[in-house]
Design a protein around this ligand. Structure first.
Ligand code: SF4
Ligand code: SF4
Length: 83
């Protein structure tokens, strides 16, 4: 699972950029770090060096909610049919 930067926490110090062993971290237009999930090998180095805890493993994609099955109470007709 790739790591990702929380831009709301990143202070654009770029410490992580030089620390990544596979150069998976680049700098966006706003100067904040961005991790390329296709390159990231999830070594955790960037998370360890970030001074503000802005980097963490990406959360697994949210699973779609289970379909809602509509239940209806049995009617007199259902009960007579089943008997
Ligand atoms: S977890 Fe490792 S490979 Fe992935 S971006 Fe951070 S330093 Fe680079
Ligand atoms: S080390 Fe943390 S605060 Fe510094 S650029 Fe990387 S993510 Fe942002």
């Amino acid at each position: 699972m790739a790591y990702q930067v929380d831009p709301s926490k990143c202070i654009a110090c770029h410490t992580c950029v030089g620390a990544c062993p596979v150069c998976a971290i680049s700098v966006a237009d706003d100067q904040k770090a961005v991790i390329d999930p296709a390159k990231c090998i999830s070594c955790g180095t960037c998370a360890a060096v970030c001074p503000v805890g802005a980097i963490a493993p990406a959360m697994a994609a949210a699973k779609p909610a289970a379909p809602v099955v509509e239940m209806k109470p049995a009617t007199d007709t259902d009960i007579k049919t089943a008997a």
